[in-house]
Ligand binder design. Structure first.
Ligand code: PMP
Length: 428
């Protein structure tokens, strides 16, 4: 039985629909190799994770060295140096007063921590979230996610959650134009607090750029307007940087583009370049709301993962990956816009750094084209380029490669996407 058949036979894969027909045997930089030795340019990085490249030698060496010293002791049972050093390093690279870290293992677990702590600090119990948001697959994080496609069949969800429209200008829920809207979707939060909660909201959770929701980057000033409203009302801002953190968007953290300091930030994915680690970082006085016995994680802050994360952060800084992500992202977005300008099925090309979305539509009516997105992804794969899909309609191609991707590989991504779109022709 081959790997593919074993997946079908012995793993729960029913939720996948079609399984991608590649059995991955190895990775190097922005390249994945399958069992038959065929190479692919990986423009999705394992869902925006391996920012420093697959099997980055420096990070692998740090993890190997730690494997031989200590694999596990329980970060919250006995202190160990890799967790302490990484927490110190996060406090240094995060702006402002964000300097107390809780380590967990997944993005969902970091967000669960933020949700719990926000309740304990404020004494309030309700939450606000955005349409199209994705915060994880646990019950509380799904409750705060605004994607029916991810929530189907899992309800009823946590009560006390109200949703606000996302700053999704291409499909503005308020039917306004970004040049003249006065950030009405941010201003609406005031109304939502007044009318859709019982006045007992602890926090708003949001991604600085929505990932699963289809690479939705807000217009300038959105988050500072939101933060002002929240501050006025005594609510916390939890910024979910699980997908946007660690240079993905052309800055170490996407909040830097917004010029705001959230009350809590959650990190995951790129933090350890593929080893399972996540973190929730907050201010000292908020962290103090946890009392003895309130929280823990068996695997959170695992020494091997922390050693890898320390090496990853060193690599991100030394190699100026934020800057490279910005430059490469700008080149790719411009190249795609130039070459796809005339194709009416390309509704919008958007994003920041190497977090780029191509929203595919049927025509000028903007009717979503998820079948076309599926076809484009399959054609790209056949030509040796791997891309992702997201969006509330499943019609957004996501390009989120390792940030070390070479210029020639980036050109290959552009070529594959343009060729796939031209092959599909009108009508799909
Ligand atoms: N938050 C965001 C913004 C994400 O993109 C994801 C994963 N796609 C998560 C949380 C959940 O992370 P994990 O799968 O590690 O729990």
């Amino acid at each position: 039985m081959n790997t593919f058949e074993k997946y079908r036979q012995f793993m729960i894969t029913e939720f996948l629909g079609a399984i991608e027909p590649i059995v991955v045997a190895g990775g190097d930089g922005a390249t994945l190799t399958d069992e038959a030795g065929r190479k692919y340019v990986d423009a999705f990085a394992g869902i925006a994770v391996c920012n420093a490249g697959h099997c980055n030698p420096e990070i692998a060496a740090a993890a190997h060295a730690q494997l031989d010293k200590l694999v596990h002791c329980g970060t919250y049972l006995y202190p160990h140096a890799p967790a302490a050093d990484l927490a110190e390093s996060l406090a240094r690279i995060l702006p402002g007063r964000l300097n107390k870290t809780f380590f967990a293992s997944s993005g969902a677990e970091a967000n669960e921590t933020a949700i719990r702590l926000a309740k304990q600090f404020t004494g309030a119990t309700e939450f606000l979230a955005l349409h199209g948001a994705f915060h994880g697959r646990s019950l509380a994080t799904l409750s705060l996610s605004g994607l029916a496609s991810r929530k189907r069949g899992g309800g009823p969800y946590m009560p006390g959650v109200a949703f606000a429209p996302a700053p999704y200008c291409y499909r503005c829920a308020l039917d306004l134009k970004p040049e003249t809207c006065g950030l009405a979707c941010a201003e609406m939060i005031e109304d939502i607090l007044r009318c859709a909660t019982s006045g007992d909201a602890a926090a708003l959770i949001a991604e600085p750029i929505q990932g699963e929701g289809g690479i939705i980057a807000p217009p300038k000033g959105y988050f500072s307007a939101v933060k002002q409203i929240l501050d006025r009302r005594g609510l916390l801002l939890i910024l979910d940087e699980v997908q946007t953190g660690f240079c993905r968007t052309g800055a170490m953290f996407a909040m830097e583009h917004e010029g705001i300091e959230p009350d809590m930030i959650t990190l995951g994915k790129g933090i350890a370049n593929g080893l399972p680690l996540s973190a929730m970082v907050t201010r000292r006085e908020i962290a103090a709301a946890f009392k003895a016995g309130d929280h823990l994680s068996t695997f959170g802050g695992n020494p091997v993962c922390c050693a890898a994360a320390l090496a990853a952060i060193g690599f991100y800084q030394r190699e100026r990956l934020a800057e490279r992500s910005r430059e490469k992202g700008e080149w790719l977005a411009a190249e795609l816009r130039r070459r796809l300008e005339a194709d009416r099925r390309v509704g919008e090309i958007r994003g920041r750094g190497l977090m780029i979305g191509i929203e595919l539509v049927k025509d000028l009516s903007k009717a979503p084209a998820p079948e076309l997105a599926g076809k484009v992804r399959a054609l790209c794969r056949e030509s040796g380029v791997l891309v992702g899909i997201g969006g509330i309609f499943g019609n957004v191609i996501r390009i989120e490669p390792p940030l070390v991707i070479g210029d020639d590989q980036l050109a290959q991504v552009a070529d594959a996407l343009c060729a796939a779109l031209s092959k599909t022709g009108e009508g799909l």
